[in-house]
Design a protein around this ligand. Structure first.
Ligand code: ADP
Ligand code: MG
Length: 238
């Protein structure tokens, strides 16, 4: 589960048409990267999918159901935020379990899910620590763990690595790719970084001023950019 279909999705803020109308199909299990320059509407598009913004018009379907008017909590998606927003006074285990506890899940099932997420994320030996005793990369993984335990239909990432230094960023990029390979859950990943897009994506969506310039695999975009914007942005030789 994790197929997302956008049909004529439009978003305006007041008079400004930030997204004039987008059609997009995201297949179950795909790693999709939204890439484009700052201000082109990447975050807005992701927030529309998450339900954090209302569409001005158009529809969003998740796994065949119209989700256009559903609140974020009912969409079955998990947004992984740029800032970690962990609870400093809680252990890693409690931080990861937090959304399950809020949902009233019984303790045994909570523990099972947390242990499984911690194994996937190599956090098993850190479960009793507090966020202040972790590195930046480990804290990022705890934030991802908190999303994993909810077993969402898709993970949504908005430039999750932009607070990290360059060396850490390369490692985390690899970790998120590995996470996708082990979970096989749909991931939508927003970045303005072409290298991230080219190395992580199954499918890249190139955005420019709220419009899709091209959708394709990294190789397709590299070898057959549709126009100079895509060629210039991806760095291919057209
Ligand atoms: P990106 O994530 O690609 O940098 P955004 O989606 O954040 O771009 O923003 C796209 C455009 O929409 C920008 O021009 C931004 O100023 C505008 N915008 C975003 N959110 C709002 C808002 N809440 N109110 C008014 N304008 C907004
Ligand atoms: Mg943004």
């Amino acid at each position: 589960m994790g197929k997302i279909v956008l049909s004529q999705v439009r978003k305006s803020f007041g008079e400004v048409d930030v997204i004039p109308g987008i059609d997009l199909l995201i297949e179950d299990g795909e790693f999709v990267v939204f890439v484009g320059p700052s201000g082109c509407g990447k975050s807005t598009l992701l927030r529309l999918i998450a339900g954090l913004e209302d569409t001005t018009s158009g529809t969003i379907a998740i796994d065949g159901k119209d989700a256009t008017d559903l609140p974020p909590a009912k969409r079955g998606l998990a947004m992984v935020f740029q800032s970690y927003a962990l609870y400093p006074h809680m252990t890693v285990r409690k931080n990861i379990a937090f959304p399950l506890k809020m949902a009233g899940m019984d303790q045994a099932e909570q523990d099972k899910r947390v242990d499984r997420a911690a194994r996937v994320l190599n956090l098993s030996s850190y479960l009793d620590r507090r966020p202040g005793q972790l590195s930046g990369g480990q804290r990022q993984r705890v934030a991802i763990g908190r999303a994993i335990v909810r077993e969402p239909a898709a993970f949504l990432f908005d430039e999750p690595l932009s607070n990290l230094d360059a060396a850490l960023r390369v490692g985390m990029r690899q970790e998120i790719s590995e996470l996708h390979q082990s979970l096989k859950t749909t991931m939508i990943y927003v970045t303005h970084d072409q290298v991230e897009a080219m190395t992580m994506a199954d499918k890249i969506v190139v955005l420019n001023a709220g419009r899709i310039e091209q959708v394709g695999s990294p190789l397709e975009l590299y070898h057959s950019p549709r126009n100079l914007f895509v060629a210039g942005f991806i760095g291919s030789p057209k």
